[in-house]
Write a protein of this length. Structure first.
Length: 118
């Protein structure tokens, strides 16, 4: 679902409708993907600022969308406790990276772990 949520975030950043993008997600994954995408989009601005600080040179769009989605989902929010533990989210982001752009998996892992440390 994280990969589908990242695709949705990438599509919205490119100007497409989230409703249209979610309609393409398989029905059994749609509710979870929608929840992740909504959370990621709410925190996208903060995630973009942090990504620029942690990795000043933007990675390719598909990698950047996954990284931003993961950063947004890791963003601390006292009003909404996280649905997943930090290490689970990092693991899922690395797994998704291996499927989307295998060469980026170590980069995603390093940036997310640095975010959690700092």
């Amino acid at each position: 679902m994280l990969s589908q949520a990242a695709d949705a975030v990438q599509g919205v950043r490119e100007g497409r409708s989230l409703t249209e993008l979610l309609a393409r997600v398989p029905a059994e994954l749609r509710p979870g993907t929608q929840a992740l995408a909504f959370t990621a989009l709410r925190r996208l601005g903060s995630a973009e600022v942090v990504r620029q600080q942690l990795a000043p040179k933007a990675p390719p769009a598909r990698v950047d969308a996954l990284l931003l989605t993961a950063l947004a989902l890791l963003w601390p929010d006292p009003d909404h406790p996280p649905a997943y533990t930090d290490h689970t989210l990092v693991d899922q982001a690395v797994t998704a990276a291996k499927q989307r752009a295998p060469a980026s998996a170590a980069f995603i892992n390093a940036v997310l772990r640095r975010f959690l440390r700092e």
